[in-house]
Design a protein around this ligand. Structure first.
Ligand code: TYD
Ligand code: MG
Length: 446
């Protein structure tokens, strides 16, 4: 192919068709470098068009990840030739999840490859043995060299390849240090291209820093097809998996997993709260939170204790701003004064509940703790609390009430307004205000 040269100033980027001693753009001397670009043949034929009705993407091969909850998030599984960034805080279970998927595919006789850049083969093998039998085809290459990794992908074209982690990969010919943005980007670009050419589903594992930012790997977001986040309280066993970006399907679906001694286990919704003491105690109120297409039963807990010194507000898995607002509303509108007390609020089991639909339940949990009455476990409360102390409608109320009933609730406290289909077996208490809801929770649910 014919090519022609252009000259580009390395200071200001001005281009010139001929070499010159001095740049016409910035006036600097000896800054023009020659760049060769292939000359494009002039297009004479009209560009072809595609009828949208005829066009389909359905020939894209989807491969089950072998982890039900991950498949759910991905809308079926991995897409051949695509790249997924899997990120989360250290210790949350990224390596575990990736290895489980490799194992599942290896068990079904598919070629898989793990590029281990941070652990030895022995360490990986030890982890794999926790899941059970280690299948024969589960191959690991221990390297941090992008060249070597890329060559392996191109030679073997595995169905699934995991790079753990992308931050540890480097190309010695680049001047920048391992883990720097240029190194990570360069490594990711090359591995993505190799995966695409090989029809390999590629998982790049990325670390996030403490504040939850995807430091270096963040710059990979637009380079990859899918971004999946795994999160959860490290001291609890519950893990959430979410797609933040997904070129091949919807985002917003949540996957629930449980970290057990033999890896991550799919968690059926019902398992969430049917644990713990089956007692009615002050400070515990159930609610249902909607997350993606899922409705999750959540146990809101509050503790109100007399304070020594300046009163503390501690919120776990619930928004501390939301808690402050609810405490103010309780004090101003409901005569529940906690201004001189320590208030602790949390959800049981580490399930995050950050949407307004759980407001009433949290406010009732605080009120029941402060006033020392128990709300029966057979009652669930759903609704947003406004500044005037009113209960406001929430989305998907019927879905929430059905889920509460499925898991044992026989009565619900809900806002006075908002659509709700009849759910047989559930006594519905419509409340206009938080004061009214407290009254019902205290006496009226029997
Ligand atoms: P890991 O996957 O190494 O986390 P990451 O790659 O995100 O840093 O797993 C972290 C924790 O999970 C570790 O503290 C041990 C625990 N774990 C289990 O409980 N069960 C298991 O089967 C495995 C492999 C790990
Ligand atoms: Mg790891």
């Amino acid at each position: 192919m014919k090519s022609h040269a252009i000259h580009v100033c390395r200071e200001c980027g001005t281009t010139s068709p001929r070499w010159a001693g001095r740049c016409a753009g910035c006036g600097e001397w000896n800054t023009l470098d020659e760049e060769r670009t292939p000359s494009k043949p002039r297009t004479t034929a009209a560009l072809a068009t595609t009828s949208l009705r005829e066009s389909n993407d359905e020939n894209q091969a989807v491969i089950s990840s072998g982890v039900g909850e991950l498949d759910r998030v991905l809308g079926g599984g991995f897409v051949a030739g695509s790249t997924m960034l899997l990120f989360g805080e250290p210790g949350v279970g990224k390596s575990t999840l990736a290895l489980m998927s490799l194992r599942a595919l290896a068990l079904s006789k598919q070629p898989v490859l793990l590029i281990a850049a941070e652990e030895s083969a022995a360490q990986v093998a030890q982890r794999a043995r926790r899941f059970g039998d280690v299948p024969g085809g589960l191959d690991v290459a221990v390297t941090t060299d992008v060249d070597a990794a890329e060559r392996l992908v191109r030679e073997r074209h595995p169905t699934l390849c995991v790079v753990d982690s992308i931050s540890a990969m480097s190309d010695e010919s680049l001047a920048s240090v391992t883990g720097s943005v240029p190194q990570i980007r360069h490594a990711a670009e090359r591995l993505c291209a190799a995966a695409k050419d090989s029809g390999t589903a590629l998982i790049l594992v990325g670390h996030v820093t403490k504040d939850g930012e995807l430091a270096g790997p963040r710059t990979l977001e637009h380079l990859v097809d899918t971004v999946v986040r795994i999160e959860g309280d490290r001291h609890a066993t519950l893990r959430f998996v979410r797609a933040m970006k997904h070129r091949f399907g919807p985002t917003g679906e949540v996957g629930l997993l449980e970290m057990v001694s033999a890896g991550l286990r799919d968690l059926p919704d019902a398992a969430l709260t049917l644990r713990g003491p089956q007692l009615d105690v002050p400070g515990v109120v159930f609610s249902v939170t909607n997350d993606g297409s899922r409705s999750l039963l959540v146990e809101m807990q509050a503790l109100v204790a007399s304070s020594s010194g300046s009163p503390r507000r501690v919120a776990h898995q619930v928004s501390s701003q939301r808690l402050s607002l609810l405490l103010a509303v309780l004090e101003a509108r409901c005569a529940v004064d906690t201004s001189a007390s320590d208030v602790f609020a949390a959800t049981a089991g580490g399930l995050p509940a950050n949407e307004p639909g759980v407001d009433v339940a949290l406010a009732l949990a605080v009120a029941s703790a402060a006033m020392n009455f128990a709300v029966p476990r057979s009652v669930a409360a759903m609704g947003e609390v406004g500044l005037a102390g009113e209960l406001r409608a929430v989305s998907g109320l019927t879905r929430r009430v059905r889920e509460a009933h499925r898991l044992g609730a026989t009565a619900v406290i809900v806002p006075a307004s908002g659509e709700l289909d009849d759910v047989p077996g559930v006594l519905v208490h419509r409340c206009a205000s938080l004061v009214e809801a407290i009254g019902i929770a205290q006496n009226g649910t029997k």
